[in-house]
Design a protein around this ligand. Structure first.
Ligand SMILES: CCCCCCCCC/C=C/C(=O)SCCNC(=O)CCNC(=O)[C@H](O)C(C)(C)COP(=O)(O)OP(=O)(O)OC[C@H]1O[C@@H](n2cnc3c(N)ncnc32)[C@H](O)[C@@H]1OP(=O)(O)O
Ligand SMILES: Cc1cc2nc3c(=O)[nH]c(=O)nc-3n(C[C@H](O)[C@H](O)[C@H](O)COP(=O)(O)OP(=O)(O)OC[C@H]3O[C@@H](n4cnc5c(N)ncnc54)[C@H](O)[C@@H]3O)c2cc1C
Length: 624
């Protein structure tokens, strides 16, 4: 099952090696992370990132190994933005020459970059960004400026205290005309003493949700006061400005400006499946250890994992972790395929890639955030302790519903894509890719339920057809209602809640379809395929509230712990007293408690000043 989860024996081997490398290195300890102040935590993050780089160089780690090392260190920091956004932005929007110059420094960590797009006043609406980049032909420079308070760059990770450079998104103005948003490389801080360059006001935006967690990341604020950069620091693969100041757009779609976000959205789907699997691993293992009620004649109490309510709350998340893992593997293929097509100027699958990455990022991160919170409740009181690992897991993954695109805004992008497809089908065009099912409109709009017997519900073809009919009917219904509105725009706005639901249904169809396709592959291991078939059934049927689920839960229960052991997480990475591999939960909880700084003294700070006088005074009063 490990291989099915990891994707290959090689992936299992590399992951095991990197996880053990991190778990065995005291510099990467994380058990006291939630007890550190924000400044201590930030400094700890710098130390870990520097040590990780040192180990990467010493051990000659490959890019795959270095990425896994960063993943198992499990502490958001500036390195994430450097590798996940700054480098891809230059790769995607820089010319060959610009890539050669800047990536050489970035790969050697001679510069540290971030991705500065969002502003105080705009995040979702990229075209509404206000930072300006005005070309000055007299000096062959762009003047980068924050004209208003709301144009302050706000949120970029690493911007606050660490990044020396950024790809800054700004309105390009030349010859008095505004050509909209483009990317520019800017140096922010001196490479000698790290001080901000002239004209740049820069700092951290302050603490964020939860202790530990994303507070290790210095998300920053930056205001620019007429900062000059050379013309060749405009990223010029998509467009350029000539020496004379002429704006020249290349022959690629302007949406490639958004390419970095598409790339990160597809990686976030894999992140979501990993975060969800960690929460499920903790809750399943703890549910097998925790016993409450049910003892007969002094016998052992009942494992809470045996309760039907616990199974009906938890097993859909177990199934979702596998479902998101497999759709994430497919999405990575789709993204690679689109990128290769772009190289040969084939832009035909760009809309599909945008819709799939936006939709899957949205659906998987929303489901994961909700599931981690529920896993906390599934562990009772101990799930609320930091030592359970669940509060921090929730706090680190909750923002994924917002960053890289607010989930509702992204679903509306999917809805726009679906409405366009429905109208193309109406005009006779055969849809392809993930909307191919819409070409079957006659059959799917009329088909009676294809599932008549209880057994039908476990027939993949029948389940797929149910999901296709559900998605198509919701999309067509929206399209018909929009057509009755005074205008397409008004109709789209009026119907937006229904359009979001239709987009979710379409994305869930993709997830179910990819799970079914995964089961058609050769899957190693005795009984593994059967278990995955049950999980596929649970994932699909829990979305449509089917009565078959109870039986499936009972069939999965005996293998539940084995199914989470297959995630192959070290205790270090899981970071949970409840999810320990050896199940020694109570002694682990007890041991963790004493690490809290509050227990450094038997009599707490503040007793002498605040508690003793109160108690003495009350005692005196009681004797009057
Ligand atoms: C744990 C620690 C680790 C941490 C590791 C991860 C760290 C993450 C840190 C976080 C970083 C960030 O958040 S970085 C900032 C992220 N910000 C965002 O994601 C902003 C979200 N907003 C947007 O993407 C845009 O504003 C969007 C909503 C798409 C609207 O854009 P526009 O107004 O330009 O476009 P529209 O008018 O809607 O659409 C015009 C056409 O362009 C198409 N289009 C739009 N976007 C497209 C795209 N990306 N690719 C292709 N095509 C696209 C549409 O389908 C339309 O096609 P037609 O219908 O055919 O015309
Ligand atoms: C932890 C974290 C890290 C981040 N890192 C970075 C970074 O490194 N670089 C960077 O550039 N940015 C970063 N961001 C910013 C992030 O990309 C934005 O917050 C995100 O794109 C959402 O935009 P917003 O904040 O403007 O939300 P808004 O769009 O203001 O959302 C507020 C509400 O309005 C709704 N809404 C907005 N538009 C519409 C619409 N058209 N129709 C219906 N509803 C709508 C949304 O659904 C939401 O409910 C980060 C954010 C977070 C939380």
């Amino acid at each position: 099952m490990k291989v099915a989860w990891a994707g290959s024996r090689h992936a299992v081997e590399v992951a095991d090696r990197m996880a053990c490398l991190v778990a065995s290195d005291p510099v990467f300890r994380k058990d006291t992370r939630t007890m550190l102040s924000r400044k201590e935590l930030f400094k700890d993050t710098l130390k870990k990132a520097a040590h990780a780089w040192k180990r990467t160089v010493e051990l000659h780690l490959t890019e795959e190994e270095a990425n896994l090392l960063r993943l198992y260190i499990d502490q958001p920091g500036y390195v994430d933005l450097h590798w996940v956004m700054f480098v891809p932005a230059i790769k995607g929007q820089g010319t060959e020459e610009q890539q050669k110059k800047w990536l050489t420094m970035a790969y050697k960590f001679q510069i540290i970059g971030t991705y500065a797009q969002t502003e105080l006043g705009h995040g979702s609406n990229v075209q509404g960004l206000e930072t300006t980049a005005t070309f000055d032909p007299s000096t062959d420079e762009f003047i980068m400026h924050s004209p208003t308070l709301t144009s302050s760059k706000w949120w970029p990770g690493g911007l606050g205290k660490t990044s020396t450079h950024a790809v800054v998104y700004a309105r390009l103005i030349t010859e008095g005309k505004d050509y909209g948003i483009h990317g520019f490389i800017m140096q922010l801080r001196s490479l000698d003493d790290h001080s901000p360059l002239p004209g740049i006001t820069i700092g951290d935006i302050g603490g964020k949700f939860g202790s530990g967690a994303y507070n290790s990341m210095d998300n920053g604020v930056m205001r620019l006061d007429h900062v000059r950069i050379p013309r060749d620091q405009m990223l010029m693969r998509l467009a350029q400005v000539t020496r004379e100041g002429k704006y020249v757009h290349s022959d690629v779609p302007k949406q490639l400006l958004y390419g970095t976000m598409v790339y990160v959205r597809q990686t976030i789907v894999a992140d979501a499946s990993r975060a969800l699997s960690r929460a499920v691993c903790i809750a399943v293992r703890y549910g097998a250890i925790r016993k409450q009620f049910g003892s007969k004649a002094g016998g052992p109490e009942t494992q809470v994992l045996n309760y039907k309510t616990q199974q009906s709350r938890l097993f859909p998340f177990l199934a979702s972790a596998y479902a998101f893992r497999f759709v994430g593997q497919w999405l990575k293929w789709l993204y690679t395929d689109v990128t290769q097509k772009l190289e040969s100027k084939d832009f035909s699958t760009l809309p599909e890639a945008h819709a799939c990455t936006a939709g899957l990022k949205s659906v998987t991160t929303s489901a994961t955030a909700d599931a981690i919170e529920e896993c906390q409740k599934l562990c009772g009181g101990h799930g609320y302790l930091n030592s359970s690992g669940l509060p921090e897991l929730f706090a680190v993954n909750l923002p994924a519903c917002t960053y890289e695109g607010d989930n509702v805004v992204l679903l509306l992008q999917v809805a726009r894509f679906l409405m366009k497809t429905v109208s193309q089908v109406a005009s006779g065009k055969q849809p392809v890719g993930t909307t191919a099912y819409m070409g079957n409109i006659q059959h799917l709009m009329q088909c009676k339920s294809v599932v008549n017997t209880v057994e039908d519900w476990l027939n993949p073809a029948a389940i797929k057809e149910v999901f296709e009919a559900r998605a198509l009917r919701m999309a067509v219904n929206c399209a018909q209602n929009i057509s009755k509105a005074p205008s397409q725009e008004e109709g789209f706005s009026e119907l937006s809640p229904d359009l979001v639901e239709a987009a979710v249904a379409h994305v869930q169809l993709i997830i179910v379809t990819k799970f079914i396709e995964k089961l058609q592959e050769d899957i190693l291991g005795h009984g593994v395929k059967e278990q995955l078939q049950k999980l596929c059934g649970i994932y699909a049927l829990h979305l449509i509230h089917n009565e078959r689920l109870g039986k499936l839960y009972a069939q999965v229960r005996p293998n539940a712990v084995a199914l989470v052991d297959a995630f192959d997480y070290t205790d270090h990475y899981l970071g949970s007293a409840l999810g320990r591999y050896d199940g020694d939960v109570y002694s682990a909880l007890y041991k963790e408690a004493w690490k809290d700084p509050l227990n450094e003294t038997v009599v707490p700070d503040g007793y002498q000043e605040h508690l003793r006088p109160l108690l003495k005074q009350q005692l005196k009063l009681s004797r009057l």
